[in-house]
Design a protein around this ligand. Sequence first.
Ligand SMILES: NC(=O)c1ccc[n+]([C@@H]2O[C@H](COP(=O)([O-])OP(=O)(O)OC[C@H]3O[C@@H](n4cnc5c(N)ncnc54)[C@H](OP(=O)(O)O)[C@@H]3O)[C@@H](O)[C@H]2O)c1
Length: 414
Amino acid sequence: MVGLGMIFRETYLPVFENALRSPRISLEGEPYQVEWMGAVSRTGKSHAEMESRFKVPCFAGNDGLDRLLALKPDVLCVATPDDAHFAPIMQGLDAGCHILVEKPSLLSLEQTDQILERSIEAQKLVRVVYHKLADPDHKRLRTLVADGVLNHVNSGYCTLLEPKSIGMSTFAAWIEGRNPATYVAVHYFKLIDFTFGGATVNPAMRLKKVEATGQKGQVSRDPATWDSVQSRLTYAYPDGSEAVFDIHTSWVHPDNFPGYVDQEVQFRFHNGVWNASQRKRGIELVVEGRTPTELKTNINNHYNATTLDPWGSKRARGYGLEVIERFFDETAHVLWDGDQGSSPQRLETIRGLAYADLGADRSVIAMVEATEAILAASAAGQRGGVVEVNGPQGGLVLKFPGTSQSRVLYAKTV
Ligand SMILES: NC(=O)c1ccc[n+]([C@@H]2O[C@H](COP(=O)([O-])OP(=O)(O)OC[C@H]3O[C@@H](n4cnc5c(N)ncnc54)[C@H](OP(=O)(O)O)[C@@H]3O)[C@@H](O)[C@H]2O)c1
């Protein structure tokens, strides 16, 4: 485990706790054991707790990851800050690990090409955690689209606003120069791309244009650090008609908001509408003196809730854990569901499951790279940038409407 921060505590830790209680079952029904072998973090501030609760060695410092990899784990899970995924993934591949990385997988297509090349040489998986794809509401949306009940998406609006405590405290160590779109809009970039962009529907829409703007000044005085971002994705259908999606994100929402985050998605189709107010999932909880700060009024019981089963057991469950557990099941399939000689075929089968495959994440990485470039230009005083995707000048080209200026961010096809 690389990184022992917020997402580690919310999702990986309960997965490891559950794994201590019972073996998991591989995709072909064979029991296998997930054993947490060790961790590395930047400062080591949570090491004493992890070492005493789980008896795992934890490392920090420049050689921390070398020391962890010397233990020869089969898999490496990477949950470091958004701009610190590339180096541990590459080091993990070099050490022979299958990789699970938090979203946003990588910040540029150039980095992605390098990692993909190395993963193919090393015959290892690189999978990305997109837990919102496993949210039961989003799965139901995708089912209705795949079954042809909802036809031809035309537009959409998604929002996810994180509390100020995230921007100003949890992420204080790495907020400078960062933006909340790379951090959370990426969930909706993936949801849109995976649901409508070709994996599910035919004829597929293709990403055509990315735009972004935002506001600054609360989380940092650094002009390159953003409080909130509004992104727009334009896709084109084969007949040239467009579908447009607006995605609003921030990390400066009031801490006393009744839900943990303020989130909502809306999609409009030729023949229907999907409106999911995910800030209120049907529950209102009020506890004197505890809601809505320590406990939330509108709670999401589908993510990682710990529940007491009627038969007496108590454990955490939800889509936040499910995608990580699924990664272990997929890796166990590659490693052990058959002989060594047929492992490459099993690897290809898992790579074909596009929802988490790094190779299938290229459009989303393009959206992230485009957003970062537009925001960087805007912070430097050049506002209104638009990134054209797979146009005549290259795969990703940053343009400034009304001027002849343009910059190729990525020359090859996205
Ligand atoms: N799937 C989701 O919905 C979701 C939700 C939240 C976050 N995430 C993603 O998960 C990643 C981590 O986010 P977080 O919320 O956990 O952040 P966080 O709370 O700030 O934790 C970051 C962790 O990474 C460690 N770290 C920082 N630089 C490192 C380095 N160079 N080498 C090794 N460890 C390093 C930090 O060490 P110290 O403990 O010593 O500071 C800390 O343990 C981000 O990419 C984020 O976007 C995903």
